[in-house]
Design a protein. Sequence first.
Length: 301
Amino acid sequence: MTAFSTPLRIGTRGSQLARAQTQWVVAQLQTAHPELRVEIQIIQTTGDLRRDIPFNQVGTKGMFVKEIEQALLDNEIDVGVHSLKDMPSELPQGLTLSCFPVREDPRDAFISRENVPLENLPDGSIVGTSSTRRHTQLGVARPEWVITELRGNLDTRLRKLDTGEYDAIILACAGLNRLGLSHRITAPIDPVMCVPAAGQGALALETRKNDSEIAALLSALNHLDTQDCVAAERAFLRELGGGCSVPAGAYAKLDGDSMTLMGVLATDGGINLHRHIVYGHRSLAEYLGAELAKTLQGKFS
Protein backbone atom coordinates (compact mmCIF):
# COMPACT_ATOMS: atom_id res chain seq x y z
CA MET A 1 0.00 0.00 0.00
CA THR A 2 1.29 3.46 -0.91
CA ALA A 3 0.09 6.15 1.48
CA PHE A 4 -3.21 7.65 0.26
CA SER A 5 -3.19 5.69 -3.03
CA THR A 6 -5.69 3.10 -1.83
CA PRO A 7 -8.15 3.19 1.10
CA LEU A 8 -6.83 2.25 4.53
CA ARG A 9 -8.79 -0.82 5.62
CA ILE A 10 -9.65 -0.68 9.32
CA GLY A 11 -11.16 -3.63 11.17
CA THR A 12 -13.25 -3.36 14.32
CA ARG A 13 -15.93 -5.11 16.29
CA GLY A 14 -19.54 -4.22 15.62
CA SER A 15 -20.56 -3.04 19.08
CA GLN A 16 -21.78 0.50 19.54
CA LEU A 17 -18.66 1.38 21.53
CA ALA A 18 -16.26 -0.25 19.07
CA ARG A 19 -17.84 1.64 16.18
CA ALA A 20 -17.66 4.93 18.09
CA GLN A 21 -14.02 4.37 18.95
CA THR A 22 -13.17 3.53 15.37
CA GLN A 23 -14.99 6.56 14.02
CA TRP A 24 -12.98 8.70 16.43
CA VAL A 25 -9.74 7.11 15.18
CA VAL A 26 -10.78 7.71 11.56
CA ALA A 27 -11.58 11.36 12.29
CA GLN A 28 -8.19 11.87 13.94
CA LEU A 29 -6.38 10.19 11.06
CA GLN A 30 -8.17 12.24 8.44
CA THR A 31 -7.40 15.43 10.35
CA ALA A 32 -3.72 14.47 10.28
CA HIS A 33 -3.89 13.19 6.68
CA PRO A 34 -6.68 15.00 4.78
CA GLU A 35 -6.03 12.96 1.61
CA LEU A 36 -6.57 9.65 3.42
CA ARG A 37 -9.49 7.44 2.40
CA VAL A 38 -10.72 4.81 4.85
CA GLU A 39 -12.83 1.66 4.65
CA ILE A 40 -14.22 0.25 7.90
CA GLN A 41 -14.82 -3.49 8.09
CA ILE A 42 -17.00 -4.89 10.89
CA ILE A 43 -15.70 -8.21 12.20
CA GLN A 44 -17.59 -10.47 14.60
CA THR A 45 -15.43 -11.90 17.38
CA THR A 46 -15.85 -14.87 19.70
CA GLY A 47 -16.80 -12.52 22.51
CA ASP A 48 -19.55 -10.98 20.39
CA LEU A 49 -20.96 -14.37 19.40
CA ARG A 50 -21.00 -15.82 22.94
CA ARG A 51 -22.74 -13.11 24.94
CA ASP A 52 -24.80 -15.75 26.75
CA ILE A 53 -21.72 -17.02 28.61
CA PRO A 54 -19.96 -15.08 31.41
CA PHE A 55 -16.61 -13.70 30.24
CA ASN A 56 -14.61 -15.77 32.70
CA GLN A 57 -16.17 -18.99 31.37
CA VAL A 58 -15.57 -18.51 27.64
CA GLY A 59 -12.15 -20.09 28.06
CA THR A 60 -10.18 -18.20 25.45
CA LYS A 61 -7.77 -15.32 25.71
CA GLY A 62 -8.33 -12.54 23.23
CA MET A 63 -11.98 -13.37 22.71
CA PHE A 64 -12.66 -9.84 21.44
CA VAL A 65 -9.60 -9.59 19.19
CA LYS A 66 -8.73 -12.99 17.71
CA GLU A 67 -10.80 -12.70 14.52
CA ILE A 68 -9.57 -9.15 13.88
CA GLU A 69 -5.99 -10.34 14.24
CA GLN A 70 -6.65 -13.17 11.80
CA ALA A 71 -7.98 -10.66 9.28
CA LEU A 72 -4.72 -8.74 9.65
CA LEU A 73 -2.67 -11.87 9.12
CA ASP A 74 -4.77 -12.75 6.06
CA ASN A 75 -4.21 -9.23 4.64
CA GLU A 76 -7.95 -8.53 4.65
CA ILE A 77 -7.46 -5.35 6.70
CA ASP A 78 -4.52 -3.00 7.36
CA VAL A 79 -5.29 -1.88 10.93
CA GLY A 80 -7.20 -3.37 13.83
CA VAL A 81 -8.74 -0.99 16.37
CA HIS A 82 -8.97 -2.52 19.84
CA SER A 83 -9.81 -1.59 23.39
CA LEU A 84 -6.42 -2.36 24.88
CA LYS A 85 -7.83 -3.99 28.01
CA ASP A 86 -9.37 -6.71 25.81
CA MET A 87 -5.98 -7.75 24.43
CA PRO A 88 -3.87 -10.63 25.77
CA SER A 89 -0.38 -9.71 26.90
CA GLU A 90 1.20 -11.67 24.01
CA LEU A 91 0.46 -10.96 20.34
CA PRO A 92 0.43 -13.41 17.42
CA GLN A 93 3.69 -13.69 15.50
CA GLY A 94 3.86 -11.11 12.73
CA LEU A 95 1.65 -8.51 14.45
CA THR A 96 2.50 -5.45 16.53
CA LEU A 97 0.81 -2.59 18.33
CA SER A 98 1.88 0.40 16.24
CA CYS A 99 -0.02 3.23 17.92
CA PHE A 100 -1.58 4.19 21.23
CA PRO A 101 -3.85 7.26 20.89
CA VAL A 102 -4.38 9.53 23.87
CA ARG A 103 -6.06 7.64 26.69
CA GLU A 104 -9.56 8.25 27.98
CA ASP A 105 -10.32 8.15 31.74
CA PRO A 106 -9.00 4.74 32.90
CA ARG A 107 -11.08 4.57 36.08
CA ASP A 108 -14.13 2.45 36.80
CA ALA A 109 -17.47 4.24 36.99
CA PHE A 110 -19.95 3.92 39.85
CA ILE A 111 -23.49 4.42 38.54
CA SER A 112 -26.43 4.33 40.92
CA ARG A 113 -30.13 4.93 40.57
CA GLU A 114 -30.98 8.52 41.51
CA ASN A 115 -27.24 9.28 41.78
CA VAL A 116 -26.86 7.99 45.32
CA PRO A 117 -23.15 8.48 46.20
CA LEU A 118 -21.02 5.37 46.63
CA GLU A 119 -20.41 6.07 50.31
CA ASN A 120 -24.17 6.40 50.93
CA LEU A 121 -25.32 3.24 49.16
CA PRO A 122 -27.20 1.23 51.81
CA ASP A 123 -26.12 -2.14 53.17
CA GLY A 124 -27.60 -4.99 51.16
CA SER A 125 -27.70 -3.00 47.93
CA ILE A 126 -27.45 -5.07 44.75
CA VAL A 127 -24.47 -3.98 42.66
CA GLY A 128 -23.90 -5.41 39.19
CA THR A 129 -20.61 -5.97 37.35
CA SER A 130 -19.36 -8.31 34.64
CA SER A 131 -15.76 -8.13 35.87
CA THR A 132 -14.10 -10.54 38.30
CA ARG A 133 -11.51 -7.83 39.01
CA ARG A 134 -14.18 -5.32 40.06
CA HIS A 135 -16.20 -7.91 41.94
CA THR A 136 -13.20 -9.03 43.97
CA GLN A 137 -11.93 -5.57 44.92
CA LEU A 138 -15.32 -4.06 45.71
CA GLY A 139 -16.30 -7.17 47.65
CA VAL A 140 -13.38 -6.46 49.97
CA ALA A 141 -13.91 -2.69 50.08
CA ARG A 142 -17.71 -2.90 50.51
CA PRO A 143 -18.58 -6.34 51.96
CA GLU A 144 -22.03 -5.01 52.89
CA TRP A 145 -23.04 -4.90 49.20
CA VAL A 146 -24.49 -7.85 47.28
CA ILE A 147 -22.35 -7.94 44.14
CA THR A 148 -23.86 -9.95 41.29
CA GLU A 149 -23.27 -10.75 37.62
CA LEU A 150 -24.28 -8.08 35.10
CA ARG A 151 -24.59 -9.05 31.42
CA GLY A 152 -25.68 -7.43 28.18
CA ASN A 153 -24.56 -4.52 26.05
CA LEU A 154 -24.26 -1.04 27.50
CA ASP A 155 -27.88 -0.07 26.85
CA THR A 156 -29.11 -3.30 28.43
CA ARG A 157 -26.99 -2.79 31.53
CA LEU A 158 -28.19 0.76 32.04
CA ARG A 159 -31.79 -0.32 31.49
CA LYS A 160 -31.43 -3.05 34.14
CA LEU A 161 -30.29 -0.37 36.56
CA ASP A 162 -33.07 2.03 35.65
CA THR A 163 -35.79 -0.62 36.00
CA GLY A 164 -34.64 -1.57 39.49
CA GLU A 165 -32.88 -4.89 38.91
CA TYR A 166 -29.79 -3.32 40.47
CA ASP A 167 -29.21 -0.50 42.91
CA ALA A 168 -25.92 0.36 41.25
CA ILE A 169 -23.70 -0.95 38.46
CA ILE A 170 -19.99 -0.65 37.69
CA LEU A 171 -18.83 0.15 34.15
CA ALA A 172 -15.77 1.81 32.62
CA CYS A 173 -15.65 5.60 32.55
CA ALA A 174 -13.97 5.51 29.14
CA GLY A 175 -16.80 3.76 27.32
CA LEU A 176 -19.44 6.03 28.78
CA ASN A 177 -17.42 9.12 27.91
CA ARG A 178 -16.84 7.97 24.33
CA LEU A 179 -20.55 7.35 23.84
CA GLY A 180 -21.59 10.74 25.22
CA LEU A 181 -22.97 9.21 28.42
CA SER A 182 -20.73 10.91 30.95
CA HIS A 183 -23.84 12.29 32.67
CA ARG A 184 -24.76 8.75 33.75
CA ILE A 185 -21.63 8.45 35.91
CA THR A 186 -22.43 9.07 39.58
CA ALA A 187 -18.70 9.22 40.31
CA PRO A 188 -15.45 7.67 39.11
CA ILE A 189 -14.10 5.10 41.57
CA ASP A 190 -10.75 5.96 43.15
CA PRO A 191 -8.11 3.54 41.78
CA VAL A 192 -6.93 3.04 45.36
CA MET A 193 -10.27 1.33 46.04
CA CYS A 194 -10.58 -0.46 42.69
CA VAL A 195 -7.44 -0.67 40.55
CA PRO A 196 -8.46 -0.55 36.86
CA ALA A 197 -7.71 -3.28 34.35
CA ALA A 198 -4.36 -3.04 32.60
CA GLY A 199 -4.85 -0.78 29.59
CA GLN A 200 -8.36 0.33 30.54
CA GLY A 201 -9.37 3.51 28.73
CA ALA A 202 -6.67 3.10 26.08
CA LEU A 203 -7.02 2.15 22.43
CA ALA A 204 -4.46 0.13 20.49
CA LEU A 205 -3.97 0.19 16.73
CA GLU A 206 -2.58 -3.15 15.58
CA THR A 207 -0.77 -3.74 12.28
CA ARG A 208 1.45 -6.28 10.59
CA LYS A 209 5.08 -5.90 11.65
CA ASN A 210 6.31 -5.43 8.09
CA ASP A 211 3.84 -2.63 7.27
CA SER A 212 6.22 0.21 8.13
CA GLU A 213 4.39 2.65 5.85
CA ILE A 214 1.09 2.11 7.66
CA ALA A 215 2.83 2.37 11.03
CA ALA A 216 4.28 5.72 9.93
CA LEU A 217 0.79 6.85 8.88
CA LEU A 218 -0.58 6.00 12.33
CA SER A 219 2.27 7.67 14.19
CA ALA A 220 0.48 11.04 14.05
CA LEU A 221 -1.99 9.66 16.63
CA ASN A 222 0.55 8.12 19.01
CA HIS A 223 0.55 9.59 22.53
CA LEU A 224 3.83 8.98 24.36
CA ASP A 225 2.44 9.29 27.90
CA THR A 226 -0.24 6.73 27.10
CA GLN A 227 2.33 4.48 25.42
CA ASP A 228 4.61 4.45 28.47
CA CYS A 229 1.81 3.94 30.98
CA VAL A 230 0.27 1.02 29.15
CA ALA A 231 3.73 -0.48 28.57
CA ALA A 232 4.10 -0.76 32.35
CA GLU A 233 0.59 -2.14 32.82
CA ARG A 234 0.93 -4.73 30.05
CA ALA A 235 4.34 -5.82 31.34
CA PHE A 236 2.62 -6.46 34.68
CA LEU A 237 -0.02 -8.59 32.97
CA ARG A 238 2.56 -10.40 30.82
CA GLU A 239 4.62 -11.35 33.89
CA LEU A 240 1.47 -12.83 35.45
CA GLY A 241 0.85 -14.76 32.24
CA GLY A 242 -2.69 -13.46 32.13
CA GLY A 243 -5.36 -12.17 29.79
CA CYS A 244 -8.21 -9.77 30.39
CA SER A 245 -10.11 -12.19 32.69
CA VAL A 246 -7.34 -12.54 35.28
CA PRO A 247 -8.47 -11.06 38.66
CA ALA A 248 -5.70 -8.47 38.60
CA GLY A 249 -5.38 -4.78 37.85
CA ALA A 250 -2.63 -2.29 37.12
CA TYR A 251 -2.70 1.48 36.80
CA ALA A 252 0.23 3.72 35.88
CA LYS A 253 0.34 7.50 36.03
CA LEU A 254 3.07 10.01 35.24
CA ASP A 255 4.30 13.14 36.94
CA GLY A 256 6.78 14.44 34.41
CA ASP A 257 9.22 11.56 33.92
CA SER A 258 8.33 9.90 37.24
CA MET A 259 5.98 6.93 37.08
CA THR A 260 3.76 5.54 39.82
CA LEU A 261 2.41 2.06 39.16
CA MET A 262 -0.13 0.43 41.45
CA GLY A 263 -1.32 -3.14 41.14
CA VAL A 264 -3.67 -5.65 42.69
CA LEU A 265 -3.78 -9.44 42.49
CA ALA A 266 -6.37 -11.83 43.90
CA THR A 267 -6.41 -15.61 44.33
CA ASP A 268 -8.75 -18.17 45.84
CA GLY A 269 -11.87 -16.39 44.65
CA GLY A 270 -10.84 -13.12 46.19
CA ILE A 271 -10.16 -14.51 49.66
CA ASN A 272 -6.55 -13.39 49.25
CA LEU A 273 -6.15 -9.90 47.82
CA HIS A 274 -2.86 -8.00 47.77
CA ARG A 275 -1.93 -4.51 46.57
CA HIS A 276 1.42 -2.89 45.96
CA ILE A 277 2.87 0.29 44.44
CA VAL A 278 6.22 0.82 42.72
CA TYR A 279 7.90 4.01 41.57
CA GLY A 280 10.53 4.77 38.95
CA HIS A 281 11.55 6.63 35.81
CA ARG A 282 9.22 6.27 32.84
CA SER A 283 12.05 4.73 30.80
CA LEU A 284 11.81 1.72 33.16
CA ALA A 285 8.10 1.19 32.46
CA GLU A 286 8.29 -2.48 31.47
CA TYR A 287 10.75 -3.28 34.25
CA LEU A 288 8.43 -1.67 36.81
CA GLY A 289 5.49 -3.68 35.53
CA ALA A 290 7.36 -6.97 35.76
CA GLU A 291 8.73 -6.17 39.22
CA LEU A 292 5.27 -5.25 40.49
CA ALA A 293 3.88 -8.57 39.28
CA LYS A 294 6.74 -10.52 40.88
CA THR A 295 6.24 -8.70 44.19
CA LEU A 296 2.53 -9.47 44.24
CA GLN A 297 3.07 -13.10 43.24
CA GLY A 298 5.58 -13.37 46.06
CA LYS A 299 2.94 -12.38 48.60
CA PHE A 300 1.06 -15.61 47.83
CA SER A 301 4.04 -17.95 48.14
